[in-house]
Ligand binder design. Structure first.
Ligand code: FAD
Ligand code: SF4
Length: 614
């Protein structure tokens, strides 16, 4: 019955059993998981390791990291590998299907007064966005779970850092995250054995570190889900799965199949040696090894199906290969289709003909959509010109970053915006791209022939770029609803988004611009392009691709969609395991928290199933 696809680990083949739609529709599972990205991958891993039989439904096509274009260079790609409407992040990008637009699957952006630009990135492939993501993996801090209690804005989580800490530990140990403990405010340390040694800084990192210290804030080791060394397969399995010998054996074996990074290829192309975290290379192989996971790809879930008892009976999905509408059934349904898509599934589910969607008696479904505040600025630093050739290899992502440093200034009322941002930055010489030296005449005044080549050598590697990633406070004007007329090519009604940044975010983005300019100028560099300010300094809503919110968790069923276990208030056997339940979006990139929370929810489901409560 199973079609077998073979994916290569580090020197070994693993078997990926996929199931066909007809078989999936006839079996009865313990749990259906919708989506195979960070949230879906994590919860499927947690459940199957505990012996739960899971059916994973994934809208996109199957994908294995053997497809990763690890060693191909831009010069041999069509259009030198540059971004196109089909491949938004370049020809070799690991997103083999999906992007800012998915053909036949539109979404609408509202045009009411006040609505601003919004974009929605969707991956349609096994593993979702985790095949491509930047791998930046930061823990939320103590403050980040109780934002409203601290400054009266936004919404508190119904859980605290202490509830999440051991799940952060587990996820870091399982997926492999490099970083260091710096003991800084609201920037949690990890217990011994969780983090891997961070890579050494490159020259431009050291220069930034020196100058940010002069300006009064720290530059510390980055945290990314990349193996700088082998995982501790002897000690970690017992910490991950205490008392579960079978799970320990499976994960110990799998950890040995993952190779450490060899520092030479772009992570965004995917990693065939399994050195970075992708759901397809880290969560799904051991979950499949348990024999408890069936995966059905090309299954576009349209709605949750309900039993007369008021429990979910399963889901209705469209088999993208045949266009047929089918159903799959289980005792428990978990939505992890990415925050806004999970909201869409709930809004499109109409038990007893209800118009407001499923699990929406609070009227909060689709409310409090959040992204990250983004703003960026680049500069050129003469000190970095004409450096002698030296080893600048490293993880293809930040080796260092600047955590938010302004807590005391905010408490003293010295800043005109609440909440913080961290700074991601980069420099150095990497594989040249099609547009690497674009606009160099800004520095050279225009040159040709031999002089142009000399100029390119002189300036290459002398640029630094800074990107702020800041906290957005949820607001009433950023929400989504079902468009009354437009449907996708599968006949499923689509989302209409409304988006507004508030002054909190636009002021924060202005502050980012000033900070970046200060750093560049302190290094003796020049800002380029010109300083941006006001509304223009802030990224479009959704464009940082940190979608969270829309079905927030809380203690009050009148003000939230799910309880602290991410279980819908109204349907006992319906859970969420992506970013939709986030009541706030700290400056920390959300994926590590999505995974830690999904593990927590998975443990809760196992516990309730054992007690026969589910
Ligand atoms: C370019 C880029 C860089 C990023 N960098 C970072 C970073 O450095 N750090 C960080 O923390 N985050 C980063 N992110 C965000 C990160 O990828 C997401 O937070 C994370 O993948 C979310 O996990 P998820 O499971 O909710 O969604 P996804 O990973 O998107 O997975 C959802 C899955 O569900 C499937 N699906 C959708 N709809 C349906 C349906 N109706 N039926 C069945 N299946 C469905 C999708 O096809 C997809 O496979 C980045 C994202 C991008 C694109
Ligand atoms: S840099 Fe390392 S982790 Fe990233 S794709 Fe290359 S080998 Fe894999």
């Amino acid at each position: 019955m199973h079609a077998e696809t073979r994916i290569r680990g580090s020197g070994e083949f693993l078997t990926m059993p996929f199931i066909d739609a007809k078989t999936a529709a006839h079996k009865h599972y313990d749990v259906i998981v919708v989506g195979s990205g960070a949230g879906g991958g994590q919860i499927a891993y947690t459940l199957t390791m505990e012996g739960v039989r899971v059916l994973m439904l994934e809208a996109g096509r199957t994908y294995s990291a053997t497809e990763a274009a690890m060693f191909q260079t831009p010069d041999v790609a069509p259009l030198r590998g540059i971004s196109t409407p089909d491949k938004n992040f370049g020809f070799y990008d690991a997103t083999v299907d999906g992007g800012w637009q998915v053909p036949g699957e539109p979404y609408i952006v509202g045009t009411d007064a006040g609505d601003t630009n919004f974009s929605w990135w969707r991956a349609r492939m096994l593993g979702g966005r985790t095949n491509h993501w930047g791998r930046i993996s930061l823990r939320n801090g103590i403050y980040d779970f109780k934002p409203h209690s601290r400054d009266g804005l936004g919404i508190d989580w119904p859980i605290s850092y202490e509830d999440m800490a051991r799940y952060y530990d587990k996820v870091e140990m399982l997926v492999g995250v490099y970083g260091a403990n710096d003991g800084l405010e609201n920037t949690p340390n990890s217990p011994e054995g969780c983090l891997l040694t961070p890579p050494k800084p490159i020259v431009s990192d050291l220069l930034v570190q020196k100058h940010t210290a002069r300006l009064g804030f720290p530059t510390i080791a980055g945290h990314r889900a990349v193996l700088t060394e082998a995982l501790d397969w002897k000690r970690s399995p017992a910490k991950l799965h205490p008392g579960n010998v079978t799970a320990q054996k499976i994960i110990a074996r799998d950890m040995q199949r993952r190779a450490p990074c060899f520092w030479a290829t772009p992570c965004g192309n995917g990693c065939a040696i399994r050195a970075n975290y992708q759901s397809t290379t880290v969560h799904l192989p051991p979950a499949l090894d348990t024999g408890k996971l069936d995966i059905l790809t090309d299954a576009m879930v349209a709605e949750v199906r309900m039993h007369k008892s008021g429990l979910a009976s399963g889901v209705r999905f469209v088999d993208r290969k045949t266009g047929k509408s089918m159903e799959a059934h289980a005792r428990v349904v978990v939505l992890a289709a990415s925050a806004f898509e999970s909201v869409r599934i709930l809004l499109n589910s109409h038990p007893n003909g209800s118009r407001e969607g499923l699990a929406n008696s609070s009227g909060r479904l689709g409310r409090y959509l959040m992204d990250t505040v983004g703003s960026s600025l680049g500069g050129q630093v003469p000190l970095l010109e004409n450096l002698p050739p030296h080893n600048e290899e490293g993880a293809s992502g930040g080796h260092m970053y600047v955590p938010w440093w302004g807590y005391k200034d905010q408490a003293a009322g010295k800043l005109d915006f609440p909440r913080g941002y961290h700074i991601e930055f980069g420099g150095g010489r990497r594989m040249p791209d099609f547009d690497s030296m674009e606009g160099i005449e800004w520095l050279t005044g225009g040159s040709y022939g031999t002089k142009l080549k000399e100029d390119a050598r002189r300036y290459y590697g002398s640029f630094v770029g800074f990107a702020g990633r800041g906290e957005m406070i949820p607001n009433e004007k950023s929400y989504c609803e079902i468009d009354p007329t437009v449907k996708d090519k599968w006949g499923i009604p689509v989302l209409r988004f409304h988006w507004q940044w508030s002054d909190h975010e636009t002021r924060q983005a202005e502050h980012m611009q000033k900070t970046f300019a200060d750093i560049i100028e302190s290094m003796g560099g020049r800002v380029w392009p010109r300083h941006r300010a006001g509304g223009k300094a802030i990224s479009d809503g959704g464009s940082i691709i940190h979608e969270v919110g829309g079905a927030i968790m809380g203690d009050d069923p009148h003000k939230s969609v799910v309880n602290k276990w991410c279980q819908t208030w109204e349907v006992n056997n319906l859970f969420l395991a992506d970013g939709a339940p986030f009541p706030s979006n700290a400056d920390k990139n959300p994926t590590l928290t999505i995974m830690a929370n999904a593990w927590r929810v998975g443990d809760h489901i196992v516990d309730r199933m054992r007690k026969k409560e589910l």
